[in-house]
Structures are given as structure tokens and as C-alpha cells.
Design a protein around this ligand. Structure first.
Ligand SMILES: Cc1cc2nc3c(=O)[nH]c(=O)nc-3n(C[C@H](O)[C@H](O)[C@H](O)COP(=O)(O)O)c2cc1C
Length: 161
């Protein structure tokens, strides 16, 4: 079976739920490695046939812990992951577009290959209290993450990426 790395960061649980749902969706067609960005190493990417990157948008940017992974791994992996297929998921309060743009730019630098549109899930949290509260995603949102995981795993298994 192909190996799918799901590399994620989550502060209040939303992205973690998205990552788990994607893993569920992918499980029948791929071996899944679910790795928090804080623990991830360049080898995790080298060992994977495909990757789903998932993080919150914070302050109109890729969340800091995810960015720290890219800062740590960018040069060790430059020239070594070209063409590797990826998808991304963003958990956001109300936007998410800029985090998706930033991550796409970083992954373009690595010359990785996007195989799906960014999946952005908005929690609609607006107040400081709601933003800092644990997140509960809707069944529809989780189903979309599951479908992305299934698509990614099936594509890897069939060798179509
Ligand atoms: C410091 C901070 C900054 C944030 N900035 C944004 C933002 O710029 N745009 C947005 O849509 N959501 C923003 N949010 C909301 C988070 O993206 C949202 O709560 C998301 O669910 C967090 O994902 P998580 O539950 O995986 O941590 C911010 C949250 C925090 C804590």
C-alpha cells in the first residue's frame, strides 16, 4: 500500500478533527502516518508517497507551528521531494485563503505537485472566547475531509498522480 503522510497542526482541535477524518477516509487504500507538525522531521516526507498538509489560519497566515516545520525542513528537503503529490486542508474562523496561498507558495518552492484544491473549513468563530474554545466540526465538514483523504489515497494506490 502507498504511504500517506498527514502532517498537521491544531491549537483548538478543529484541524486535528479534519486530519483524523481524512485519515479515516484514506485508511482502506493507504498506510496512514498522522504526524503533528511539532514532531515532524524531513524524513517523514521522504518516506511518504503523498502528503496532506493541514493547519489553522492564524493572523492571516499559516499557523506558527506549521511554519516552523517548513522553516526547519525547507532546505534539507529542497530538490528531494519534487513531483510528490500533496493536498492541503485549512481550518479557519472566517477566511483561510491567505494560509492556503502561503502554503501553496512554500510547496511550489519544493516543486511538490498539488492534486486537489485546498479544502478550507470555516468554524465561524468570531469572538475571542469562541476562537479559543475547543472546536466541534459539522458532519458535512468532516465528510469533506474524509472524501479528500479517500481521493488522495485512491489516487496514490492507482498511481494516477
Ligand atoms: C491567534 C489566532 C489568530 C487567528 N487568525 C485567523 C485569521 O487570520 N483568519 C481566520 O479565518 N481565522 C483566524 N483564527 C481562527 C482559527 O483559524 C480557527 O479558530 C481555527 O478553528 C483554528 O484551528 P484549530 O482548532 O485546529 O486550532 C485565528 C485564531 C487564533 C487563535
Amino acid at each position: 500500500m502507498p504511504r500517506l503522510l498527514i502532517l498537521y497542526h491544531s491549537q483548538t482541535g478543529g484541524t486535528e478533527a479534519m486530519a483524523s477524518a481524512a485519515a479515516e477516509g484514506a485508511a482502506s487504500d493507504a498506510e496512514i502516518v498522522l504526524r503533528p507538525a511539532a514532531d515532524a522531521q524531513p524524513d517523514d516526507l521522504l518516506d511518504a508517497d503523498g502528503v496532506i498538509f493541514a493547519c489553522p489560519e492564524n493572523l492571516a497566515a499559516v499557523s506558527g507551528v506549521m511554519k516552523a516545520f517548513f522553516d526547519r525542513a525547507y532546505y534539507p528537503l529542497l530538490g528531494r521531494v519534487e513531483g510528490r503529490p500533496y493536498a492541503m486542508m485549512i481550518c479557519a474562523g472566517s477566511d483561510g485563503e491567505n494560509a492556503a496561498r502561503q502554503m501553496a507558495r512554500i510547496l511550489l518552492g519544493w516543486r511538490m505537485k498539488p492534486v486537489a484544491d485546498p479544502l478550507i473549513i470555516c468554524t465561524k468563530a468570531q469572538t475571542p472566547e469562541a476562537i479559543l474554545a475547543p472546536k466541534q466540526l459539522t458532519p458535512d465538514a468532516l465528510a469533506r475531509c474524509q472524501a479528500l483523504g479517500a481521493t488522495m489515497a485512491a489516487g496514490l494506490a492507482l498511481g494516477i498522480f
